[in-house]
Design a protein around this ligand. Structure first.
Ligand code: NAP
Length: 244
């Protein structure tokens, strides 16, 4: 199997896109560190992976807290594949954005990936190989009223993706991002159906994605099948519509 002998850390693997990525990485032979806050759902994902002969363990951490992020990096150990997936998206106009929500978007969507790369990339460099995939969003590239802080926190992550790709390219470590469009997850299940339908209508395919469709692209970028690709943001968004 393509990822045999490799260890992958997937943040936010207790639900949605992260869960689908964790399952697919395990199917390709990686030992998966399933991260999240909800231990029950984390252990369910571990059991799902083990039931099909894969290997996984759960680590609990609140990634909005620096000390938890650093502990996660410590407990994950030697990681060959890092998937920065855990994220928050609260859609509010600027006048409605609180200080606390501003900090949460930056801490979870930007700072946690930064701290994980800073902690784990040196080990990848030492071992001579590694792959990081950051989960961004189509909203980072499209100005949409109401998603300002979310889009900004992910745009920062996309910029860091390019910087890290440049920093680590000659050390055997590739860094890429996937920018999903609207995807069916517990997070989007909380949105009202009309909003979700409206977002789906902005895609050429006029539908939202299943998390497994996004995971396919993430696993491709994580694996050696993409060995000459670094610093890209791959849109998995059903095609963007042009004006008119
Ligand atoms: P989701 O269904 O809301 O699940 C979020 C995941 O992140 C859960 O595993 C959750 O863990 C974890 N998480 C949330 N807050 C956390 C915190 N403070 N500390 C640690 N873990 C935390 O998410 P999703 O829709 O699959 O989205 C996953 C990623 O894709 C996000 O980065 C999101 O921005 C991006 N994305 C999603 C869509 C979409 O339409 N769904 C589109 C574009 C981009 P617990 O539940 O265990 O706390």
């Amino acid at each position: 199997m393509a990822l045999s002998g490799l260890t992958a850390l997937v943040t936010g693997a207790t639900a949605g896109i992260g869960r689908a990525v964790a399952v697919q990485l395990a199917q390709e032979g990686a030992e998966v560190v399933v991260h999240g806050r909800d231990a029950q759902r984390g252990l369910e994902v571990v059991a799902e992976i083990e039931a099909t002969g894969g290997a996984a363990r759960f680590v609990q951490a609140d990634l909005s807290k620096t000390e938890d992020v650093l502990r996660l990096a410590e407990e994950a150990g030697a990681v060959d594949i890092l998937i920065n997936n855990a994220g928050v998206y609260k859609f509010l106009p600027t006048s409605g954005m609180t200080d606390e929500l501003f900090d949460l978007h930056m801490d979870l969507n930007t700072k946690a990936p930064y701290l994980l790369v800073r902690s784990l990339a040196p080990g990848m460099v030492e071992r001579g190989h590694g792959s990081v995939v950051n989960i961004s969003t189509l909203a980072a590239a499209v100005a949409t009223t109401g998603t300002g802080m979310y889009s900004a926190s992910k745009a920062a992550l996309e910029q860091l993706t390019e910087v890290w790709a440049a920093e680590y390219a000659d050390k055997g470590v590739r860094v890429n991002a996937v920018a999903p469009g609207p995807t069916r997850t517990p997070g989007t299940d909380e949105m009202d159906a009309a909003t979700l339908r409206k977002i789906a209508e902005t895609t050429a395919m006029r539908r939202i994605a299943e998390p497994e469709e996004v995971a396919e692209a993430v696993v491709f970028l994580a694996s050696r099948r993409s060995s000459y690709i670094t610093g890209v943001v791959l849109e998995v968004a059903g095609g963007r519509l042009s004006i008119g």
